[in-house]
Design a protein around this ligand. Structure first.
Ligand code: GCB
Length: 601
C-alpha cells in the first residue's frame, strides 16, 4: 500500500514539474466562425455502421490501406468491394445517431460518415474543414486521404485542407467512434446518454491567406476603464496594422503585428455586462486583407472572502444545471431555437446563472446564454473516477480544457471554468486537478476556477468541506443530494454546513426525481410531492449557509441516461428535471422559482 502511495506521489510530482516548465497556449482554432465566410456541410450524410471496424482494420487488426475512407467503387462486374456509401443508410448532421435510427439507440462503436460536395478552388484563400463537435473520436479523410484526427466529444477542431481540395467534386469521410474506454474523458461510467455521431455543425471556412486567426478582447484584469487584448494574424507581414474598432464607444485603435500577434490597449469606459443589462458592443477587427465582427461584453468577476463579486458588487448566482439535450424531441440539441427554449425556461425560473453540465455545450448555447444575461459555468467532462494516474488521460483532459477556453474566451457571460465533477479524493487526483486549474489560470486569469465536489465529511453538527482540492479552486462547487441519496427530505433543513476555506461556495447540485403528473404522499418516491419536499427542505438548508454564493439544482429538464432503466418511471430518463422532456413543469419548478424571485435580489 505504502509503495503504491509513494509511486503515486512520484507520478504526481513528475506531472507538476513537466507542467510548470510549459507555457500554456491556446489551441489554433479559428476564433468567431459566425463572422467568417463559410459553406455548410450539414444535411444528410451517407453512413456505414461498422461495429468491428472492418473498414479500418484488416483481419490481422492492422490498419488497412484500402479502408472505407477510400470510398472505392466497382469498376468491373467482377470487382469485390464489400461496401458502398452510395447505396447506404443516411443520417442527419448535426445530430446524434441514437435518436435517428432505432437500431442505433444503444449503439457504441464506429459509424462511417460520407458527404459529397462541390468546391471552387481560389488561389488567394485558405480553406479549413471545421467540426463544431464529434462524439467521441473522429478520423477525418478528404478525397480518400487522411487529414487528421480528434479526441473528445464536445469541443471544436479544424484542419487546413486548402491543398487537399479539388476543383468540382470532393468528398469528406469521417470515422466516428463513441466506444467508451477506461482511459477516456469521460471514462466508462457516466450519468448521461453517450450520444454518438457528428453532433454539431460542419463547415468549410474560407479565409484570406493572411487572416485573423484568433483574438482576446476584454477589460484588463482589475480595471473597468481599460480594454486590452491581442489579435493573432496568420501569414502576417511583420509590422502590418490591425485595427480594433468599437463604434459605439467611438474607439478606433491601431496595433502593429509582431511575430504574428498584435497587442493593444484602449482607454474606454463601457457599460458593464450584467444579468440585468447584458450589454454587448459591436467590435470590428480589421487587417489589410481580413475583417471580423464580434459582439463583446465587458465585466469584471472576482471573489472577496465567501462572496462572488460581479463588477464590484456582491452577487448571488441563482442558477440551474442544464444538459445539452433537446426539449420535446430528445437527443442532442441541434438548433439555436432549442437553446432558446431551454434558456427561456431558466429565465422563467428566475435564474441569472446556468451551469452547463458536464461538458462544453455548443458555442450557440454559450452565446445565447450571454445575450440573455446568464452568467455561465462551463465544464469539461472530468467526471467521477477517471484514470488520474494516466498521463494520456491528463493530456486529453487538458486539451479539452484548452479547446473550451480557446473557443469561449471572449464571452463575458462565462464567469466560471470548471475542471471536474465529483472526483474521489486521492493523491493522483489532487495533482491532476490542481494542474488543470493551473492550466486554466495560465490561459485565462480573468475568470474564476471551480470544481463540483461530493467529498464532504460529516460530523455530529453537519457537513464539513475540507477536500484539499478546495485550495486549488476560487469557488467551491458542492453536489449534495439530501432527501434523495441520503436522509429523509425533512431532515435536510436541519443540516449545518462548515467550510475549511474562506471561499465562495455554490451548491452546484441538489435535487430528487419525479415523474411529471405522478401524485401521491410526500414520502412517496417519484411523486411530484416528494420532489417538492426535497426542494423545500433543501432551500431551508441553503438559508442557513452563510458562505453560500450560488445555487444550481439538478436539473432543468429530464434527460436520457442509460443508468436509469426503471420501467414506467424512468424509462431511460433521469427524472430529476424540474420540467419533463416534453416540456411539462413539475411542482418543484414553482418552489424554486418562488425562492429565486423573492430572495437574494
Ligand atoms: C450527480 C452527478 C450528475 C447525476 C446526478 C444524479 O451527482 O453529478 O451527473 O446525474 O448526480 O442524478 O444522480
Amino acid at each position: 500500500m505504502k509503495q503504491i502511495g509513494f509511486f503515486l506521489i512520484v507520478i504526481a510530482l513528475g506531472f507538476n514539474s513537466i507542467l510548470n516548465a510549459q507555457e500554456a497556449e491556446f489551441s489554433n482554432l479559428l476564433q468567431n466562425i459566425d463572422s467568417r465566410k463559410k459553406v455548410s456541410l450539414n444535411g444528410l450524410w451517407d453512413i456505414i455502421i461498422d461495429p468491428l471496424e472492418n473498414g479500418y482494420y484488416s483481419h490481422r487488426m492492422q490498419p488497412k490501406d484500402d479502408g472505407y475512407f477510400r470510398n472505392a467503387k466497382m469498376k468491373s462486374p467482377s470487382d469485390l468491394i464489400e461496401y458502398n456509401f452510395d447505396t447506404s443508410l443516411q443520417l442527419m448532421v448535426p445530430g446524434d445517431w441514437n435518436m435517428q435510427m432505432e437500431k442505433l439507440y444503444y449503439y457504441e462503436g464506429t459509424v462511417w460518415y460520407k458527404k459529397d460536395f462541390k468546391h471552387t478552388v481560389k488561389q488567394d484563400e485558405l480553406v479549413y474543414l471545421y467540426f463544431e463537435a464529434v462524439n467521441y473520436e473522429a478520423i477525418v479523410y478528404l478525397n480518400g486521404e487522411l487529414v487528421g484526427s480528434h479526441i473528445g466529444g464536445y469541443t471544436p477542431f479544424q484542419f487546413d485542407v486548402t491543398n487537399k481540395l479539388k476543383e468540382g467534386d470532393n468528398f469528406v469521410i469521417v470515422k466516428v467512434d463513441n466506444k467508451r474506454k477506461a482511459e477516456n474523458v469521460p471514462t466508462v461510467n457516466q450519468d448521461w446518454w453517450n450520444y454518438g455521431g457528428i453532433t454539431r455543425s460542419v463547415h468549410l471556412i474560407s479565409t484570406p491567406v493572411s487572416h485573423i486567426s484568433d483574438y482576446s478582447i476584454q477589460l484588463s484584469k482589475g480595471s473597468t476603464n481599460t480594454i486590452s487584448g491581442w489579435v493573432k494574424v496568420n501569414n502576417a507581414t511583420e509590422g502590418e496594422t490591425v485595427t480594433i474598432s468599437i463604434p459605439e464607444l467611438k474607439k478606433n485603435v491601431n496595433a502593429k503585428v509582431q511575430s504574428g500577434k498584435a497587442t493593444f490597449s484602449i482607454n474606454a469606459k463601457p457599460i458593464l455586462w450584467e444579468p440585468k443589462n447584458p450589454k454587448l458592443y459591436e467590435v470590428i477587427i480589421k487587417t489589410n486583407s481580413d475583417k471580423l465582427t464580434d459582439s463583446i461584453g465587458f465585466r469584471t468577476i472576482e471573489t472577496n472572502g465567501s462572496k462572488i463579486v460581479l463588477n464590484g458588487k456582491d452577487i448571488f448566482l441563482k442558477g440551474i444545471c442544464i444538459h445539452e439535450e433537446a426539449p420535446f424531441k430528445s437527443g442532442r440539441v441541434t438548433s439555436v431555437e432549442e437553446c432558446k427554449i431551454l434558456l427561456n425556461w431558466a429565465k422563467d425560473l428566475g435564474c441569472n446563472f446556468v451551469r452547463l453540465a458536464h461538458y462544453p455545450h455548443s458555442e450557440a448555447m454559450v452565446k445565447e446564454a450571454e445575450k440573455m444575461g446568464f452568467m455561465v459555468w462551463s465544464e469539461i467532462p472530468v467526471y467521477w473516477t477517471i484514470q488520474f494516474e494516466n498521463p494520456d488521460t491528463y493530456a486529453n483532459a487538458e486539451n479539452q480544457l484548452t479547446e473550451m477556453i480557446s473557443r469561449d474566451k471572449n464571452r463575458a457571460g462565462v464567469v466560471l471554468w470548471s475542471v471536474a465533477n465529483e472526483t474521489p479524493e486521492g493523491v493522483a487526483r489532487l495533482s491532476f486537478l490542481t494542474n488543470l486549474a493551473e492550466h486554466a489560470r495560465k490561459l485565462d486569469n480573468t475568470r474564476l476556477i471551480t470544481a463540483a465536489l461530493d467529498t464532504q465529511s460529516q460530523d455530529n453538527e453537519g457537513r464539513l468541506i475540507e477536500d484539499p482540492l478546495g485550495k486549488a479552486v476560487d469557488v467551491i462547487g458542492i453536489n449534495n443530494y439530501c432527501g434523495w441519496y441520503y436522509g429523509a427530505p425533512e431532515s435536510c433543513s436541519e443540516i449545518k454546513w462548515k467550510s475549511a476555506y474562506n471561499k465562495p461556495m455554490i451548491m452546484s447540485e441538489v435535487g430528487g426525481g419525479a415523474l411529471f403528473g405522478l401524485h401521491g404522499e410526500k414520502n412517496e418516491r417519484w411523486t411530484e410531492e416528494y420532489q417538492s419536499e426535497v426542494y423545500k427542505n433543501n432551500i431551508e438548508m441553503m438559508r442557513n449557509i452563510d458562505f453560500l454564493s450560488g445555487l444550481s439544482p439538478w436539473i432543468l429538464m429530464d434527460f436520457r441516461s442509460s443508468r436509469r432503466p426503471l420501467k414506467r418511471i424512468q424509462e431511460d430518463f433521469n427524472r430529476k428535471g424540474l420540467i419533463s422532456e416534453k416540456g411539462m413543469k413539475k411542482q418543484s419548478f414553482f418552489i424554486l422559482r418562488d425562492y429565486y424571485l423573492k430572495e437574494n435580489n
